[in-house]
Design a protein around this ligand. Structure first.
Ligand code: CA
Ligand code: CA
Length: 618
């Protein structure tokens, strides 16, 4: 399963945040910001520049570019993306300025959940290619200086995995590999009754009857994804062996899928209704229930600790990112572990939701605040969700929800193929059909168009942003951030050794006129326009100098200014590492950002954010 792309976006009913671009499942962990801007009031964030900078680890500084393999590039015309297709586009990813590629699952799978149901964890599915294709892709990535992160799905296997068959037949060692329970009874027609009321993420009972074993098995996701039983140490052992297999193949890290789902409370008690459930939810919906016995149990975190020794024992710095939708900041923090017992390098989720027509302002925000960042394919050109009909819907949670409600749950809209050019299927495939339709807007919105235009484009802005991210200012600079104009906008400045940049973004419709010096310290009266959102209003030339005393930004636009302070203007910043909380209050929600600095390595290491009142986070 792969919750990330849709749930926060699609099922939100209270939040004023609406999904806007699908291809904009943004990430953040290392530093994150998330906010809604309707009448919010802000308190500032201030952190000094780093006096003792150490080189950042690759996963701290480099953009991780997420490829959804089915939709990136199809090399053989069957309408489904594949590894050879990805390999043919490595140059493109490298040219963006990204530093790593994260591949969503490519393992052998019957594709009931499009690859998150794995029938062989150490082989490549033929639809994507062969192991040779994988090694060839890995080599090409390495040659282009790109790291490779693999999706890893520990919670469940496919029901077609050999382990499951052995478990069904109670074969030694495998008998308890899955979560089996007896029927709680039988109804008047002799049908077995489920052990309890647990509901799957994708809707309906999480229990499936197996006629051979005459027991129910538990599945947090589709019935074809039986949950592995992590109470059994053999299961964890097998999973660690599989991770080692891929590390030995040269991968640089993992993104661990739905880790909070791994353990279930062994009392198997009924779960209660969630008092904060969405008003339109129904009892067969996952969001209807409070998942205190099936989600985010402490055992989850105890089981997954990064073995730093193993991860870097050969001198190769590897990365571990853990998917965790856990609702509160406190809970999310637990997934970092502690210094002596680290869990994830960073927990990860897709709750940073972007807005229609604001891809540039949000990219500036997420990529230039301190912290790791992920770009989901297509985000760099501002791809948008594709409206699909019920007949076109293939995603299991969408199909499960039925023709009236599929749009609340389907992740198909954000998975439509990459829009490369003006050609048939936007250059994604030469086939007569594709596994999901191409968004019709490809005729205007595609990579070729944005590369070739003589004017500005999201792609050009994106590359400019990534260039700035490679500077010492981004890596080690101070941070000063404010909500602007009663929450209409947001601005932040980064300064290192007297040079810096400032990002100003207006997220609402009206004009915003900013006197930079009113909010920010140490910004000169004049600064250079580094880049702007596409079609920035009022028009400004990149490279020109403007007064910072009055910067006008029309609605939904953003700008980056760069400047250099003269030596004698530098002041000694007080070096205080601290915990900073930043609260934004808005009409509907309240968001808390926390940044925690690290006393030892002198860089901000754990900025995270939290969205309160969001019951759609899992
Ligand atoms: Ca193909
Ligand atoms: Ca589980």
């Amino acid at each position: 399963m792969d919750l990330h792309l849709h749930l926060p976006a699609k099922s939100s009913t209270v939040s004023i945040l609406t999904s806007f671009t699908n291809k904009s499942a943004m990430i953040v962990y290392y530093c994150v910001i998330f906010f809604d801007l309707f009448s919010s009031r802000g308190i500032s964030i201030k952190l000094p520049e780093n006096p003792n900078p150490q080189p950042l680890k690759w996963w701290q500084s480099e953009i991780i570019y997420q490829v959804y393999p089915r939709s990136f590039m199809d090399s053989d015309g069957d309408g489904v993306g594949d590894l050879k297709g990805i390999e043919s586009k490595v140059d493109y990813i490298a040219d963006l300025g990204a530093g790593a590629v994260w591949l969503s699952p490519i393992y052998e799978s019957p594709m009931k959940d499009f690859g998150y149901d794995i029938s062989n964890f150490t082989n490549i599915d033929p639809i994507f290619g062969t192991m040779d294709d994988f090694l060839s892709l890995a080599t090409k990535l390495r040659e282009n200086g790109l790291k490779l992160v693999m999706d890893f799905v520990p919670n469940h296997s496919s029901d077609l995995h050999v382990w499951f068959n052995l478990s069904v037949h109670r074969q030694e060692k495998y008998e308890d590999f899955y979560v089996w329970k007896n029927a709680s009874g039988y109804d008047s027609e002799e049908n077995p009754i489920v052990p309890n009321n647990w509901v799957s993420f994708f809707g309906g009972s999480a229990w499936e009857w197996n006629e051979i074993r005459e027991q129910f098995y538990f599945h947090q996701f589709v019935a074809g994804q039986p949950d592995l039983n992590f109470e059994n140490p053999e299961v964890l052992h097998e999973m660690l062996e599989i991770m080692k297999f891929w590390l030995d193949m040269g991968v640089d890290g993992f993104r661990m899928d739905t880790v909070p789902s791994m353990f279930e409370d062994q009392r198997f008690l009924d779960e209660a209704e969630d008092p904060n459930r969405p008003p339109n939810s129904i009892p067969t919906d996952y969001s209807y229930w409070s998942h205190i016995y099936t989600y985010d149990l402490p055992a989850t975190r105890d089981s997954w600790q990064i073995s730093e020794n193993y991860l870097i024992s050969d001198g190769k710095e590897r990365c571990m990112m853990i998917e965790a939708y856990v609702g509160s900041l406190d809970k999310l923090f637990l997934y970092y572990g502690t210094k002596t017992k680290p869990i994830a390098h960073f927990p990860f989720n897709f709750e940073f939701i972007t807005r229609s027509n604001q891809v540039d302002p949000f990219n500036m925000l997420i990529l230039l605040l301190p912290g790791s960042a992920v770009t989901y394919y297509g985000e760099e050109i501002g791809m948008t969700n594709t409206n699909l009909t019920w007949e076109e819907t293939v995603d299991p949670p969408g199909c499960q929800a039925g023709p009236e409600r599929y749009q609340l749950f389907s992740r198909d809209p954000e998975r439509t193929p990459m829009q490369w050019n003006y050609d048939k299927n936007s250059g994604f495939s030469t086939g007569d059909s594709t596994w999901l339709p191409i968004n019709p807007n490809y005729k205007e919105l595609n990579v070729q168009a944005q590369n070739e235009t003589s004017g500005d484009s999201h792609l050009k802005v994106y590359k400019q942003i990534l260039s700035l991210r490679k500077t010492d200012t981004w890596k080690y600079g101070s941070l000063e951030a404010y909500a602007l104009e009663n929450g209409q906008g947001f601005g932040f400045a980064r300064i290192y050794k007297g040079s810096g940049f400032i990002v100003l973004a207006n997220y609402l419709d009206g004009d915003m006129i900013i006197n930079v010096g009113e909010h920010f310290k140490d910004i000169p009266d004049s600064a250079m326009v580094y880049t702007t959102s596409v079609n920035f209003q009022p028009e400004m030339s990149v490279g020109s100098f403007i007064s910072t005393k009055s910067v006008t930004i029309r609605g939904k636009h953003s700008i980056i200014l760069t400047f250099s302070k003269s030596e004698n203007e530098k002041k000694n910043d007080t070096w205080i590492w601290t915990i900073v909380n930043w609260i934004l209050l808005s009409k509907a929600n309240f968001y808390l950002f926390t940044i925690i600095s690290d006393l030892n390595n002198g860089h901000i290491v754990k900025p995270v954010w939290n969205l309160q009142n969001n019951y759609n986070t899992v």
